[in-house]
Design a protein around this ligand. Sequence first.
Ligand code: PPS
Length: 299
Amino acid sequence: MELKDAKAHNNQHELVAHRGFGLIRGIHDPEEVDQISELHIRDSDLFVVTYPKSGTIWMQQILLLLEAKGDVTAISKPDLNSNAGLMPWIEVNDNRQAFITAPSPRMRVTHLQHHFMPRPLSQKKGKVIYVARNPKDVLVSYFHFHKVANMLETPKDFDDFFKKFMRGDVFGGSWFEHIKTWYSHKDDMNMLFMTYEEMIQDLQSAVERICSLLGLELTDEELANVVKHSTFNNMKKIPQASYEQVPSYLLNHNQGTFMRKGTIGDWKNHFTVAQDQSFDHIYHNEMKDFPLSFIWDIE
Ligand code: PPS
């Protein structure tokens, strides 16, 4: 979620429907967003694509560390509110123009749906990493983030948010549509599809796969440093990575932290039996033809 330059617009909480996707008023300009598809793409460009709360900032941290050969001081610049400054959201106002002139490698993050993205990506120009997370944990993480983020509507209660998420009535739209559409375009693109759960289970292998996608060569020691500085506990200690320095008009730090639990299966502490049954019913209808399955807990 983009967290800067929204001072004048926070607390408006308004999603504006645009070409089948809800943009946040004051943060996204529909005309600007429409121009993203016209961007020229270099082979070295990389887009991290996620549905919100799926591990965007984690992937960002790994990529920045890989580029810095594991040197955490290089990505911990005190003048940045968050590392969103180092890897901006392409859909946020003013970021598209900066992308055009930025030096390579241009790395950007996005929560947008596929139809907004630069067309050359579908001709195998540039690279895409799609990070997916089991949607029960996404829902729980997003519920808590709605309480913290001033640009998102504070949920009435968990059940109300549960229904909104299942209807796709949140920024990011339907989780089901997001993953199915992006996955269906996997073979048109240079795409690495990863899950949050596989990163939790074997961070070293995940980092090695990302390193090879980037075509970087790091020593064993440098790779070990990338892994070390991208664990949940270590990221939590880095203010730029943990969003601790994001000003309080954007994130209400009294309501919770961005680096909340970082685990698999927290949905079990939130879902009622009825919610779980309802979720499973919808999930099986929506995902019956989807070729991959998710890890729902770590036991
Ligand atoms: S956002 O707002 O959409 O950009 O959020 P996003 O970065 O996609 O997801 C936030 C969740 O990712 C967790 N996180 C991590 N988990 C494990 N290890 C590491 N290193 C890590 N870094 C971030 C973060 O805690 C959020 O999940 P929850 O479940 O709320 O803890």
